[in-house]
Design a protein around this ligand. Structure first.
Ligand code: C2E
Ligand code: MG
Ligand code: MG
Ligand code: MG
Length: 286
């Protein structure tokens, strides 16, 4: 910008930053109240087998209904919870709630819980997971922990030990949002993942002719197959995308085409009705 604009621009940004910091602080204070005031709930999005459209599990996704602001996205409040240290409390609550809800489901239906890199760095995580399993009574292999590449950023010898003790509990491990971060192939060699979740940015547009994403998905699936890992395509929104994902060989599908995350009561109704995933809407193409 021209030099003359500089000061005005600077002042503008200062005000913006202050407003941002203030609203962040307000949000942080509100979040501390949210749990005790029952504003949080865990919603569940179906994980569907590509082969026969059976629901094989659900991903637990945290939801916050703010009394004034309405629904706030976890993409907005999880980072705040991570920075202000609240993620430990929230994460443990989600873990216990998800295991407790899954205890009402048929035994073949798993539950997937997101684990923040901050939780992963806490040596108490295995005992928190073990307690959630024990108090709910679900079999350990019904619980999938979704971990992002973020856990590898400040990698230490203790992350190897953490992987080993989580595997020792008998839970399953998924590598979430694969392809968005550094996606080092070394992660796949070192960590005992059962599943790779291919980030939705690769699914976007993959069904359009000539799009390179399909080739990338194919390569990830080939790699996962060779390593004995399952694959979930995230963010599948259309029937064209289902067809393509099936062709590319992903074992599982997650996306709005089979439904958004829903309340535990609705999940129970769907499972009691047979647990077959149904197409939502009739969109064919983006
Ligand atoms: P994620 O773990 O990758 O979860 C999948 C996200 O994709 C969810 O967003 C889901 O609603 C969204 N999604 C699923 N299908 C579609 C689709 O077809 N189209 C589009 N556009 N989006 C789709 P959500 O619920 O907003 O959560 C965002 C992120 O927040 C999650 O990404 C996860 O990283 C984090 N998160 C949510 N709940 C928790 C939690 O309990 N603990 C932690 N640590 N993180 C959480
Ligand atoms: Mg996830
Ligand atoms: Mg994901
Ligand atoms: Mg994501």
């Amino acid at each position: 910008a021209a030099k003359g604009d500089g000061r005005g621009l600077h002042r503008f940004y200062q005000q913006e930053m202050l407003a941002g910091a203030q609203s962040r602080k307000v949000l942080e204070d509100d979040l501390r109240q949210a749990l005790v005031q029952n504003q949080l709930h865990v919603a569940y999005q179906p994980l569907v087998a590509t082969s026969d459209a059976r629901i094989v599990g659900y991903e637990a996704l945290l939801r916050w209904e703010h009394p004034i602001r309405g629904g706030i996205s976890p993409a907005d409040f999880i980072p705040i919870a991570e920075e202000c240290g609240m993620i430990e409390t929230l994460g443990e609550w989600v873990m216990r709630t998800a295991c407790h809800d899954a205890a009402q489901w048929p035994d073949h239906v798993r539950v997937a819980v997101n684990v923040s890199p901050i939780q992963f760095a806490n040596p108490a995580l295995p005992s928190i997971v073990a307690n959630a399993l024990a108090s709910s009574g679900i079999a350990p292999d019904r619980l999938e922990l979704e971990i992002t590449e973020g856990v590898f950023l400040n990698e230490t010898a203790s992350s190897d030990a953490m992987f080993a003790s989580l595997k020792g509990l008998g839970v399953r491990l998924s590598l979430d949002d694969f392809g968005t971060g550094y996606s080092s192939l070394g992660y796949l060699r070192k960590a005992p993942f059962d599943k790779i979740k291919i980030d939705q940015s690769f699914v976007r547009g993959a069904a359009i002719a000539g799009n390179r994403n399909a080739a990338i998905i194919k390569a990830i699936v080939t790699l996962a197959d060779t390593l004995g890992m399952e694959t979930t395509a995230e963010g599948v929104e259309t029937q064209d995308e289902i067809a393509l994902i099936r062709e590319l060989g992903c074992s599982h599908i997650q996306g709005w085409v089979y439904g958004k995350a829903m309340r535990a009561e609705i999940v129970l109704e769907v499972l009691q009705a047979g647990g077959q995933a149904r197409l939502v809407g009739h969109r064919t193409s983006r």
